[in-house]
Design a protein around this ligand. Sequence first.
Ligand SMILES: Nc1ncnc2c1ncn2[C@@H]1O[C@H](COP(=O)(O)OP(=O)(O)O)[C@@H](O)[C@H]1O
Ligand SMILES: [Mg+2]
Length: 292
Amino acid sequence: MTTPGSSYIECSGLFKIYKAADLEVVALRGLELTVKKGEIIAIVGASGSGKSTLLNILAGYDAPSAGTVRVGDYDLLQMTNREVVQYRRHEVGFIWQETSRNLFPYLTALENVELPMVIAGAPGPERRQRAQELLDVVGLADRAGHKPAQLSGGEQQRVAIAVGLSNQPPLLLADEPTGELDDETGDEVLELLNRVNVDLGATIIIVTHDPAIATSVGRAITIRDGKTSTETTREISFERKLGGDATETEEFLLIDSAGSVQIPREILDELKIGRRVRVDMKDGKVTLESGD
Ligand SMILES: Nc1ncnc2c1ncn2[C@@H]1O[C@H](COP(=O)(O)OP(=O)(O)O)[C@@H](O)[C@H]1O
Ligand SMILES: [Mg+2]
């Protein structure tokens, strides 16, 4: 059960190994992640670092090879098929990078937003009204009758956000939501995600290869080789979230549950630290010194 003040998402020692023919790919290796209810975070990493793998696991589309994942009251490793369906339907909304993958081309924007509610069995008038409200939230009330092909890429992603929010999921996952958009349109989509986070209280995780996106959210976590390595936090005021002035940032290294820290390669090289270090504690500080 979730207790007040406890984290909403908790991944610990997460491994995902893909087996293709006789080749094994370790996509996640002991990943740790904690997200509080109502947070908006970015997970930033190079192509192939395991971002989509992580998001697919959090979405309930894929199961990890080892480790634990909890989202709210759901233990993602212990779910029955029925619970998986419930989880996908009511706990998470998902936005894909490919704008075309988010929407059905032969349905209007309004029908696309209504569709998840149709599947969940919501009554007609209720879902029509909610779909209209959501299109209003994403600023596309006047495009309700347009099909995806009649919308720009940015507008399609905004409709996709409305689709993702259709069944009022507490969690919204976005896999490179601005990947196919130009900078300006991408910024608008990020601003919308921030607004949805503030106004609707949804917890939002955005994964991206673009470090610049890190400046649009309160906390950005870097993923390297299937493991979370550093975290940048910002003092973000409400105004900043909605596009105000820049603020202070601070970068931290993350410590996993085994106590491991990944020291950046540049520091190791500069201090000529190789295979081992001597650890000292003095005046409340820890120092690492080459032990080779
Ligand atoms: N279905 C799969 N089968 C085999 N390998 C995969 C599969 N999906 C992803 N991978 C591999 O896992 C690693 C992480 O992939 P992915 O999570 O898609 O990274 P990212 O989204 O950060 O680009 C990559 O090396 C990728 O080739
Ligand atoms: Mg990816």
